[in-house]
Unconditional design. Structure first.
Length: 117
């Protein structure tokens, strides 16, 4: 089953860590990613540019579009990346995500694979 994993952290991210600690954490994340990609569990994923680079488009019921700079909502946590994973079930997705080596918040959502006709 395919799931999207949204990877979020606070706006200041890992800034509280010293440079060496940040490098070590990135290395652990890269190793975790490589291991699960090699196992066929991660199909795709990317780190995102900072939230201040976001553009939000809101479409009204009248079809009018409002375009603003910045993320959709102001929040305590900002989505910084994502992964599309393919595992047997939610329990397997949770096991995989529990191994994430960084102090982030990860949200798991099933991917819709069949569209209504």
């Amino acid at each position: 089953m395919k799931y999207m994993v949204l990877i979020a952290s606070t706006p200041d991210g890992w800034d509280y860590l010293a440079s060496e600690e940040q490098r070590a954490l990135y290395q652990r994340v890269a190793a975790w990613w490589a291991e699960h990609a090699a196992a066929g569990e991660i199909l795709e994923g990317h780190q995102l540019q900072p939230a201040e680079t976001a553009t939000t488009v809101r479409l009204g019921r009248d079809g009018e579009a409002s375009v603003t700079d910045g993320p959709f909502v102001e929040g305590k946590e900002i989505v910084g990346g994502y992964a599309i994973i393919d595992v047997p079930d939610l329990d397997a997705a949770i096991r995989l995500v529990k191994g994430w080596p960084a102090p982030d918040t990860l949200e798991i959502r099933p991917v819709v694979t069949e569209r209504p006709s």
